[in-house]
Ligand binder design. Sequence first.
Ligand code: ISJ
Length: 254
Amino acid sequence: EEKVYTLASVRENLIRQEDTIIYALIERAKFPFNSHTYDEKYAQIPGFSGSLFEFVVKNTEDIQAKAGRYTNPEENPFFPENLPPSSVPSYPFSQFLHPGAASININKSILKMYFKDLLPSLATPGDDGNYAETAAADLSLMQAISRRIHYGKFVAEVKFRDAPQDYEPLIRAKDSEGLMKLLTFPSVEETVTKRVEKKATVFGQEVSLDSENDGIVKTKLTPTLASALYKNGVIPLTKDVQVEYLKRRLNEGI
Ligand SMILES: C=C(O[C@@H]1C=C(C(=O)O)C=C[C@H]1O)C(=O)O
C-alpha cells in the first residue's frame, strides 16, 4: 500500500524511533567499555584485517544486504563498499523521495560521533569479555541512530512539498544557511530533547515487586546522556541530512 507522508506522520515516526534508540542505549550500557572489541591488534582474525567490531559490523551488514535491508530507502549501511546485492524478492518501497536521496549517506560522521562523544560517556570502564555481544549492541545502536538521522530525507521532502515556493529560491541560490533556518523549529527540538530525557528515565527504571524498594529509583541509563546525544548529535545531523537532501531536490535525475 502507498504510504502517506505528512509533517505530522514523519514526526510520529521520529517519536517511535526515540524508543528504539533508548532501548539500544540501555542494551549497550549493560556492557563495560570492553576496549578489546575495538583493538585491531587484539583481534588477529584469520583472513580479515580489522577489529572485532569491524568484523561483526561488516559481516552483519553483508548478510543483511543479502536479506534486502538496504533496498529500503530508510536504511543506509556503515560500510557500503563491496556490499552484495539483495538475494530476496524486492518489496515495492514507496518512491516518495527524490532520486538524489540515494547519494546521501553520512554514516562516517555518525561513526565518528559514536566513538568520540557517545561511547566514552555511555560505557563504564572495564572488561567482561563479551566482545561479540558488545559489537552487536554497538551495531544495533548505531543502526537505530543512523535510521533516525537519515529519516531527515523524508522530513525534508515533506517540508519541501508543503512550501516549494519558500524552498526553491534558497535551493537555486545554494543557500545552505537559509535552508537550515527555514527547516528549523526550535520549539519542536526542545520538546524532542525533553521527551527523550523523560523516556530514558522511564525506560531505564529498575522494576521491582519488592515494596521496600518503592521510591528508590535505580536507573540503567543516565537520562541526560540520552538528551545530550539528541541535542548535540542526533538533531544537528538530522538537519544536515535535510539540507543535503534539499540541495539536490531540484536536480534532474540524480
Ligand atoms: C525533524 C525536524 O526538523 C528539525 C529537526 C528536528 C529533530 O531532529 O528532531 C526537530 C525540529 C526541526 O528543527 C522536524 O521539523 O520535525
